[in-house]
Every structure is written in C-alpha cells, then in structure tokens.
Design a protein around this ligand. Structure first.
Ligand code: SF4
Length: 329
C-alpha cells in the first residue's frame, strides 16, 4: 500500500501535472457520470468529442429521460459499445421515477451502493462517481490502477481481490476523488504499459517493480473470434439503402443497418458483389462481404444520416453505394 508520504507526493504531482480535461472542471454529477461511462471503453481523445456532444444534447438527467432511445443512440453514434448508451437511457428514466416507485426523484444518488443499483453502473463507475462527484471515500480499480498496483508490489498476476484490497488500503481519505484520479492519471501518463516513465514517477521510492516494470502485470490472454458475414444492401430508386432497426438486445442493438447473414453468400441474380469490409470489435474480428441489390416494389430506403448506425454499417453502406453508382455510370 502507499503510505501518507506517498499519498501526498502523488496528490501534489497530480495537482501539477494532470491533463486539463473538461469533466475535471465541473461539479455536475451527471456530467461526471457521462464522462465515466464514455471513458470505460473509449480513448480520452475520442471521449472528449463524445462527452461534449452528450453534455450539449442531454445537459440534464431529465433531458435524456424524456428523449427516445433512438435520440440517445444517434448522439452516441461512433462511440461504439452501444449497450452503454441504451443502459444510460434506462438509468436516466429510473432516476426520474419517484422513490416510491424505485427511482431517485430526479437526482443522481450519491452513495456507492445506490449508484451500483443503477443500469449500466458497475463497481468501477460507482466508486468513481461516488468519490469524484460526491467526495465519498471509496477506492476505484481500473486497468491503470491494476498496472500501478502490480508494479508497486511486483506481482505479475494480481487477483481482482488483491488489487481492490491494495486500492482500499492506499486510499487517501481527505481527497478521495482526486486520489482515485491521480492513481489513474499516473497509470495513463507515466506508469504506462510501454516506455514506462519511472524517472518522473512521484511514488518510485515505494515501487518494488521499478527495475523491471514491463514484467508487471503479465498481459491478459485475449481471445478474438473470427466472424464471417454477408451484408445485403438493397437500394430504392433514389439510391437510398433499405435499413431496419435491430432489436434492443444483441450486437448493435437499437441501431439501424442492412440485413446481415452469417457466413458468405455469393452474388447471384438478385445481388452483385461490392467488396469486403474488415472490422475489429473487442472480441470479434469481422469480415463482411457486401452485396448490393434492389429493394422490393414499394419498399423505401432510409437516409443513413437520419438514423443511428454503427461504424461497421457506415463502412458497409459507403461501399455498397459506391458499387451502386459504378453500376449506374
Ligand atoms: S516507479 Fe515506475 S513502475 Fe513503479 S509505479 Fe512508478 S512508473 Fe510505475
């Protein structure tokens, strides 16, 4: 664990070296929650753009609760992991309910346990929001903190329980929100996976792994599944693709896109081949064969910019449209 002197050294370093991020300049718990949900699986540089968009589109919890889920998905478009947007919408509606109906009378709850009871909020987000927005003494654990802990204690494979215990024991109780952010900032900017900046580290004197930091922690085995699909993109007479909204649960739930089939389907009388789109998701490596066809009589297309589409669908639709235009020229 980090003792009092190390805590003060790290907090002082954080005060002097933290990146100027807009969610660090606000006390609004809703805006802080939006940043934490966005940054779970999105890089900070991209998170900045989406956070600004979400805060402007939904400045309050009520404004999101009143909006259809489609509007939330449209604002989230491009940020990926769309289940986060759907759960955020469910969370806003739950908060707006009266307490008698299981809600929170329109106010974001301030305790770890209450936050944890909300849709889409796991232990990390509950601890981050409780400490940063409400000053509660709870320790966060994320990938950055795990890496700092593994190196500080020279453990190649610390268990989640051990990391949480270290974070709990190291927590600085006077400024818990700043403390959690300082540890994460250290992991994001100094104690990084590669090119570790031990000479700039404010807590190097307590670090047992600083002579060989790259040894800690061992990389986690990530299994990626190869998926082959065929997208059949029908177009109407105006050249607009026929898009369907997907069910709310499942991959790209609630988003709009063309029909996909598993496996590879060859071109034939109804479809011509446009090409192949390769797309990487966290656990899936997708190869999508794109076929272009004509919509059934009476079936109208949809302007893709008017609905929420995933990045994969945008790539597929661009390729299909290009092929359609080539065929017509
Ligand atoms: S001394 Fe190096 S390895 Fe240890 S916590 Fe600091 S940056 Fe990480």
């Amino acid at each position: 664990m980090l003792n009092h002197d190390h805590q003060q050294a790290l907090l002082q370093w954080y005060d002097e070296h933290q990146r100027a991020l807009p969610w660090r300049q606000t006390n609004d718990p809703w805006h802080i929650l939006l940043s934490e949900i966005l940054l779970q699986q999105t890089q900070v540089s991209r998170g900045l753009v989406y956070w600004q968009r979400m805060v402007e589109t939904f400045p309050t919890i009520a404004s999101m609760a009143d909006a259809p889920v489609d509007t939330v998905l449209k604002a989230w478009e491009g940020a990926g992991y769309y289940s986060r947007a759907r759960r955020l919408h469910a969370l806003s509606q739950r908060i707006m309910l009266p307490r008698a109906e299981g809600g929170f009378d329109g106010r974001l709850p301030s305790t770890y346990d209450e936050l944890l009871s909300l849709p889409g909020i796991g232990p990390y987000t509950a601890a981050a929001v409780a400490s940063i927005a409400f000053g509660q003494s709870v320790a966060c654990v994320d990938g950055n903190i795990r890496r700092v802990m593994a190196r500080q204690t020279a453990q190649p494979e610390p268990t989640p329980k051990a990391v949480q215990a270290w974070a709990d024991a190291s927590l600085e109780a006077v400024r818990p929100g700043d403390w959690n952010q300082a540890l994460m900032e250290l992991g994001a900017t100094v104690c990084t996976p590669k090119r570790v900046g031990c000479s700039r580290c404010p807590v190097s004197s307590s670090c047992q792994g600083r002579s060989t930091p790259e040894r800690y922690p061992l990389p986690k085995q990530q299994r990626t599944k190869a998926v082959i699909m065929t997208a059949m993109v029908d177009h109407d007479a105006q050249g607009r693709p026929v898009l369907k909204q997907r069910p709310l649960s499942g991959l790209f739930g609630g988003l709009w896109g063309p029909v996909y089939e598993e496996g590879r389907r060859e071109e034939g009388a109804a479809y011509i081949e446009a090409g192949v789109v390769n797309h990487q998701l966290s656990h899936r490596s997708m190869t999508v064969h794109v076929l272009v066809g004509t919509s059934a009589v009476g079936e109208t297309g949809t302007e893709p910019s008017a609905v929420a589409c995933s990045t994969l669908d945008e790539k597929v639709l661009t390729m299909a449209l290009q092929r359609l235009l080539e065929g017509r020229s």
